[in-house]
Design a protein around this ligand. Structure first.
Ligand code: ADP
Length: 319
């Protein structure tokens, strides 16, 4: 294999640049030509493809977002659109690609592989919601960002004797909420993996108050409840000022932390090794500290991410 491409797709995540850099540099080190495909599958279809050299990925390891750009391009579900995209790749002589993104991007990669175009997926999302890996690229940086936000909310909440609800990203995965709750010492955790009973929450908040807690921080994953409405109900029931903060897109931004840079670099280098071995339709992960790869179809359809019940139980013991 002599020519490969790399793209980032779906929601951006800090560390995607480190992954791109690793793919480019590892590829060049093997004597390959490496092409950047801009704006994900959209750019693949519109032929936004350029050959990259070492310098093109200089000074990006420390940058958030993705220098290749990312896009949502639902049209890629159309076989005719993918055929056109593959034609573009072939026009440049590209024989295989590395896709950095979430499970939607993996779907695209799987479909391309099924059409005979070799693809390797790297898990790039702050949500940590991809099977076959313990960590996704961006998760640890987003975690730092969320913990920093919780620390700040704690300062102001305790000064005002206030209850704070923090809405945290994760789509349908509670990992970011769970880890941030432990690191931020929040009192209550609401994640999609565990049934949520608002009555029970109110009872616990009242109990905490009786114990003399100056403030309460409730960490909740997005899409579980309307946090502003919940804040109103808590305020009515407890008589304590209650505010909801939706952290939103700030969680996606910022310079990647060292962990994400290292893991993204490892996974990027590994993707190139796999392509050299002739692998296709594989997705890369890190499990128990080791680089692993799995069948991408398996990852999308059969493998389930294990919920960290141990962390959830721990958080309940520490509150
Ligand atoms: P993420 O990769 O972060 O999960 P999306 O779900 O938006 O983000 O997926 C990113 C892109 O992957 C989509 O905009 C689309 O171009 C492509 N994609 C998603 N699902 C499919 C699918 N079923 N078939 C082909 N391409 C898909």
């Amino acid at each position: 294999i002599k020519k490969i491409g790399v793209l980032t797709s779906g929601g951006d995540a800090p560390g995607m640049n480190a992954a791109v850099r690793a793919v480019v540099r590892a590829g060049l080190a093997e004597g390959m030509e490496v092409y950047g495909i801009y704006d994900g599958y959209y750019g693949m279809y519109h032929d936004h493809i350029e050959k990259l050299n070492r310098q093109n990925v200089s000074d990006i390891i420390n940058k958030g977002g993705t220098v290749l750009g990312s896009a949502r391009f639902p049209e890629f579900k159309e076989p005719s659109v993918r055929e056109e995209a593959i034609k573009n790749l072939k026009k440049h002589g590209i024989e295989a690609i590395v896709v950095v993104g979430g499970d939607g991007s993996y779907m695209g990669a799987m479909k391309l592989s099924e059409m005979g175009f070799p693809c390797i997926g790297l898990p790039g999302t702050i949500d940590n919601d991809i099977s076959g890996t313990d960590y996704t690229i961006g998760f640890m940086t987003a975690l730092d960002t969320v913990v920093d936000a919780i620390d700040r909310l704690r300062d102001t909440s305790s000064s005002h004797n206030r209850i704070s609800i923090v809405e945290i990203m994760g789509r349908h995965c509670g990992d970011l909420t769970l880890w941030a709750s432990i690191a931020g010492g929040s009192e209550y955790i609401i994640v999609p993996e565990v049934d949520f009973d608002e009555e029970e929450l109110l009872r616990q908040v009242a109990e905490g108050e009786a114990k003399g807690k100056k403030h309460a921080i409730i960490a909740i994953t997005e899409h579980v409840a309307d946090v502003n409405a919940m804040a109103k109900r808590i305020e009515e029931q407890t008589g304590r000022e209650t505010r909801a903060t939706i952290l939103g897109h700030i969680q996606r931004g910022g310079a990647p932390n060292a962990w994400d840079r290292v893991q993204a670099s490892r996974m990027g280098g590994y993707a190139v090794e796999l392509l050299l071995k002739g692998e296709s339709a594989r997705c890369v992960g890190i499990q128990k500290g080791q680089l692993v790869h799995h069948d991408i179809i398996d990852c999308l359809t059969n493998m389930r991410r294990a919920f960290r019940q141990d962390l959830y139980d721990l958080s309940n013991r520490l509150f």
